[in-house]
Design a protein. Structure first.
Lengths: 274, 342
C-alpha cells in the first residue's frame, strides 16, 4: 500500500523487570480502517495499549504516526499527536454533567481576564450535538450527570469527545466487554461511524464475534508476540477461536469436557437428568 | 435547549430542581437545629449577642472549611490546618509582640507560613502518592511541635501577648455590635470559592480529580498542580484565621487551632461534600459551618450539661453522611433526562 499508515509499530518490544511483555510486535493501521487486536488475558494487550497511548515507552522498536517517527514521554503527547484512547471503564466522571465531561481539560470559556468563565451552555449544547451525530438520542440534557447514563452511552461520550478533539487514531480498549448485547451493538455502530469519518481505529477485544463484525484487519497476540495477522475474510471464525486459545483446538476442549461429564454423549446426559 | 421540550410546567421543574440540590437538605438541617434551640435554649441565644456567639466562630470555621472543602472535592484531606493556624498566629504574636516589628510585614510572613506548609503538603502528597490523610497528619504534628518548642525556646512561654497596628486591627478585628469582620472575610472567600468551583476551568478539574483522577489525568488535567494549589489555599485559609485571632485577642497561644483539624472536615461533610471526593458545593459548606456552630454554641444556652454537645455533633455528622450518600444516588438515578444545574 502506498498510503501512509496513521499509526505503525515497527518491531516493538517492551520488557519490565524480568518479564518480556511484548516481543517484536509490528502493526499498522490506516485511515478509515479498523484493526482488531485479539488476544486472551495476559497476552500483552494492555501493555500494547499503554505503548500506543504513550503511558509506556517501548524498550526497543519504533513508533510511527502519519509517516513520522515519534517517542511519547506521556499520554498527553500521544493525545497531541492525535492518538486518543478510550478505556473500558472510566473515561468519564460519573458525578459530573455530560457537558463538563465532554470538555474536561478543554473547557470552552467566555469573557476575558478575570471575567473569563466556563461557558456551560456552549459546552452542553455542543456535547449533545456530537452525541446526536453519533446516534445517541436518549441523552437530552447536557446538564445531566454521566453516572445516570448506560455503559454504552458513556463509551459513546468518550468516543464522541475523542473525535471532536480531532483524534486521527482511536484506540478502544475492550469497549464491549462489560456491556449487554444491545449496548455492545451500539458501540459497534460507533466504531463503524468513526471509521466512515476516516479515523483509524484500533479495536482491542477478546470477543471474536464483535471483531469479525467490524474489523478490516486482524492481529492475534499470544504471550507478547504477534501470532498471526490477516485481512478480512482470510480466516474462519473457528480458526480465529483456535488461535486465541493458544493453538489448542476448541475441538479438544469439547472432548475434554465430555470426558468430565462421564464419557457419555450430550443427549445421553440429558436423558439421565430426565 | 432540549430540556425545554419537556411538557412539565416550569414551576414544577424549578421546585424539584431545588429539592434535589444538595444544599437544600443542608439548609433543612440547619433550620431544624436552629428551631431545636429556639425551643430549648434561653431567649438570650436568639438575641443579637447570642447570634454573634455562633456567627463569629462560624465565620472563622468557614474560612478554614471552604478551601478544605475544595481540597476534599479534589479527593484529598488536610489535617494540618490546626497547626498552620497555631503556627501563623504564634508567629505574628512573636513578630509584633516579642520582637516589636511591623504588623503588616508580620501578616505577610504569617500567610507565607501557611502557603509554605501547604506547598510542602502538596508536594509530598503528589510526589510520594501517599494518602494525604497520613502526610498532613505528619506535617500537623511537626508544625505543632515546632510552634510549641519554638515559642518556648524564644520567649520562655507558649503564650505571647501582642498589640497589632491600628490599620491591621481595622482590617482583621473590626466589630459591628458583636459581629466580627471575619464574617465579611468569610463571605468574600465563599464567593471566590463558589466562583472557582462552578465558573472556572480549574473548578471543573477539581471535581474531575476527586471524581476519577485517572480520567482527569488522561484528559490532560494537571492533577498535581491543581492539588498543590489547593493545599496552598488551605494553608492560606488557616493562616488567615490565625492572623485574625492573634489581632482580635491581642495575643496567641501555641495550643490554638487544634479544634479546626476535624471541625473543618465535619463542617464540609455536614455541608454535603462527599468524603470520597468528586462532589460538593460551597453554599453547602457555608451552611455546614453555621450548622456546626449553632449546635455547639446552642448547648451553652440550654442550661444542660455541655458534655452533650459532642453527641449532638456526632449525630448530625452521621445524619449528614447518610443524607449525602442518598443525595448522590438520587442525583445519578435521576438519569439522563434531568440533572444538575450547576
Amino acid at each position: 500500500m502506498n498510503e501512509i499508515a496513521s499509526l505503525e509499530l515497527k518491531d516493538v518490544s517492551k520488557s519490565f523487570v524480568g518479564v518480556n511483555a511484548l516481543k517484536g510486535v509490528s502493526l499498522r493501521v490506516f485511515p478509515g480502517q479498523v484493526l482488531c487486536l485479539l488476544g486472551d488475558n495476559g497476552a500483552g494487550k494492555s501493555t500494547l495499549i499503554k505503548v500506543l497511548s504513550g503511558v509506556h515507552q517501548p524498550t526497543s522498536g519504533e513508533l510511527w504516526v502519519n509517516g513520522k517517527q515519534h517517542s511519547f514521554s506521556g499520554p498527553h503527547e500521544a493525545l497531541e499527536a492525535g492518538i486518543a484512547t478510550v478505556h473500558q471503564t472510566g473515561g468519564t466522571v460519573p458525578l459530573m454533567s455530560v457537558g463538563r465531561n465532554f470538555f474536561l481539560g478543554e473547557e470552552p470559556t467566555k469573557g476575558r481576564g478575570v471575567f473569563r468563565r466556563y461557558d456551560r451552555r456552549t459546552a452542553e449544547e455542543l456535547a449533545l450535538r456530537e452525541l446526536r451525530a453519533l446516534g445517541i438520542t436518549n441523552v437530552t440534557d447536557g446538564g445531566a450527570l454521566v453516572g445516570g447514563m448506560s455503559g454504552g452511552e458513556r463509551q459513546a461520550l468518550s468516543i464522541a469527545r475523542a473525535m471532536y478533539f480531532g483524534a486521527k487514531v482511536l484506540i478502544l480498549d475492550e469497549p464491549t466487554a462489560a456491556l449487554g448485547v444491545k449496548e455492545a451493538s451500539k458501540v459497534l455502530h460507533l466504531i463503524v461511524q468513526a471509521q466512515m469519518r476516516g479515523v483509524a481505529v484500533v479495536f482491542i477485544t477478546h470477543n471474536v464475534q464483535h471483531a469479525l463484525l467490524v474489523g478490516d484487519h486482524f492481529a492475534v497476540l499470544i504471550r507478547g508476540s504477534k501470532a498471526d495477522e490477516w485481512a478480512k475474510g482470510e480466516r474462519t471464525r473457528e480458526q480465529v477461536l483456535d488461535l486465541m486459545a493458544g493453538g489448542e483446538a476448541m475441538g479438544d476442549l469439547e472432548e475434554e469436557l465430555r470426558v468430565i461429564r462421564g464419557g457419555g454423549s450430550l443427549p445421553t446426559t440429558r436423558e439421565e437428568v430426565n | 435547549m432540549a430540556t425545554f421540550t419537556s411538557p412539565t410546567p416550569i414551576w414544577k421543574r424549578a421546585s424539584s430542581g431545588i429539592l434535589y440540590r444538595p444544599e437544600f437538605s443542608v439548609f433543612i438541617g440547619l433550620a431544624l437545629v436552629y428551631v431545636f434551640f429556639l425551643v430549648f435554649s434561653s431567649p438570650a441565644y436568639h438575641s443579637q449577642g447570642g447570634t454573634s456567639t455562633w456567627l463569629d466562630p462560624g465565620a472563622e470555621l468557614g474560612i478554614v472549611a471552604i478551601p478544605v472543602a475544595l481540597l476534599m472535592i479534589a479527593g484529598e484531606f488536610d489535617l494540618s490546618v490546626g497547626s498552620i493556624l497555631a503556627g501563623s498566629s504564634m508567629f505574628l504574636a512573636l513578630w509584633v509582640g516579642h520582637w516589636h516589628y511591623n504588623t503588616w510585614i508580620g501578616i505577610v510572613l504569617s500567610l507565607g507560613i501557611g502557603a509554605l506548609t501547604g506547598l510542602v503538603n502538596g508536594l509530598l502528597v503528589t510526589r510520594t502518592k501517599l494518602p494525604s490523610f497520613i502526610v498532613t497528619l505528619g506535617t500537623q504534628l511537626v508544625l505543632t511541635g515546632v510552634t510549641l518548642g519554638g515559642s518556648t525556646l524564644l520567649t520562655g512561654s507558649s503564650s505571647i501577648d501582642m498589640t497589632a497596628s491600628h490599620s491591621a486591627q481595622v482590617v482583621f478585628a473590626s466589630n459591628w455590635h458583636q459581629f466580627n469582620i471575619s464574617i465579611l472575610w468569610w463571605l468574600a472567600i465563599a464567593a471566590i470559592g463558589h466562583h472557582v468551583l462552578v465558573n472556572t476551568r480549574t473548578g471543573n478539574w477539581i471535581t474531575a480529580i476527586g471524581g476519577d483522577i485517572e480520567t482527569a489525568s488522561r484528559a490532560g488535567v494537571q492533577t498535581s498542580r491543581v492539588r498543590i494549589g489547593l493545599f496552598v489555599a488551605t494553608g492560606l485559609g488557616a493562616a488567615l484565621v490565625g492572623i485574625i485571632q492573634s489581632i482580635e485577642y491581642n495575643g496567641s497561644q501555641a495550643a490554638n487551632g487544634q479544634t479546626y483539624v476535624f471541625n473543618a472536615i465535619i463542617a464540609s461533610v455536614i455541608g454535603g461534600v462527599l468524603l470520597t471526593g468528586g462532589f460538593g458545593t460551597i453554599l453547602g459548606v457555608v451552611l455546614g459551618a453555621l450548622t456546626y456552630q449553632v449546635a455547639t454554641q446552642g448547648i451553652y444556652f440550654t442550661g444542660w450539661d455541655t458534655d452533650w454537645s459532642q453527641a449532638l455533633i456526632g449525630g448530625l455528622l452521621l445524619v449528614a453522611v447518610i443524607a449525602n450518600n442518598w443525595f448522590r444516588k438520587a442525583a445519578i438515578s435521576r438519569g439522563v433526562k434531568k440533572g444538575e444545574r450547576a
